[in-house]
Design a protein around this ligand. Structure first.
Ligand SMILES: Nc1ncnc2c1ncn2[C@@H]1O[C@H](COP(=O)(O)OP(=O)(O)OP(=O)(O)O)[C@@H](O)[C@H]1O
Length: 243
């Protein structure tokens, strides 16, 4: 069963047009959005998440048009890590992650919510930062806090805009393993092609606001990458490099 159905979607942001004729995501499917800067990855994630409602066409979540959901219903279905997170002012790390459980609890947090929060703090290796102010953290620390918050929201659909950017090698591995283990539908954008193996099922290539193709991760080849990114890739042992 499809959890997301997109048909004839058209959205304008400034001079840019996103035009998605058809895209479906099934339950527990993991998809990566790849494409050059400005291809429309964030715009598409903004639309699926409900942040950008300015589009025409069909966007169904669990067979129901997204505009027919109340915001709180959507927040119980979809969690979203935007590319930049500047939303939290005076909150410390613990409360920032705890608030991922707001849609489920409407703020009436119980022991289960506190335990879940502690669990994600530990998994994302930010437990030692739990009393620190979010705004005072480094870029990679902030990213891990926002990821913990998203995972604490515990939704069937997880949208992640460049979840690996700013992470060091060790925490990139940690986050990849966590996401690979999640039995959820995940759509993530990334500029790191080599991280996707063992993580996603399909890659959707975007170019100039349109889907160029959807490719199974096992069918990826350098010809596709050459066409999308207009550079000459080398493939060594299944990993892609440029000179
Ligand atoms: N609020 C806005 N006003 C005007 N133009 C916008 C706005 N948001 C995005 N755009 C334009 O839409 C296009 C697509 O942007 P988008 O952020 O979706 O690209 P992207 O694929 O996520 O890129 P990147 O890899 O750089 O993150 C870009 O040309 C961008 O300049």
């Amino acid at each position: 069963m499809n959890i997301i159905d997109i048909k004839n979607l058209n959205a304008k942001v400034g001079d840019f047009t996103l035009k998605i004729d058809s895209l479906t995501v099934s339950k527990r499917e993991k998809i990566a959005l790849l494409g050059e800067n400005g291809a429309g990855k964030s715009t598409l994630l903004d639309i699926i998440s409900g942040v950008n409602k300015n589009f025409t066409g069909e966007l169904k979540i669990l067979n129901k048009q997204v505009s027919n959901y109340k915001p709180i219903e959507l927040a119980n279905l979809i969690s979203y890590l935007p590319q930049f997170s500047e939303i939290i002012f005076g909150f410390n790390v613990f409360d920032t992650v705890l608030f991922g459980r707001y849609p489920k609890t409407l703020g009436k947090f119980d022991n289960y919510d506190l335990e879940k929060t502690e669990l994600w703090l530990k998994k994302l290796d930010i437990y030692h930062l739990k009393n620190r102010k979010f705004n005072e953290l480094s870029g990679g620390e902030k990213k891990r806090v926002m990821l913990a918050r998203v995972l604490n929201q515990d939704t069937d659909i997880i949208l992640l805009d460049e979840p690996f950017s700013m992470l060091d090698v060790k925490h990139t591995k940690t986050v990849k393993e966590i996401l690979a283990d999640e039995k959820k539908s995940v759509i993530l954008s990334s500029h790191d092609i080599n991280i996707l193996k063992g993580l996603v099922d399909e890659i959707v290539f975007l170019k100039k606001g349109e889907i160029l193709c959807k490719v199974n991760i096992n069918d990826l080849n350098k010809e596709i990458l050459n066409e999308v990114f207009e550079v000459d890739f080398k493939c060594i042992n299944g990993f892609y490099f440029i000179d």
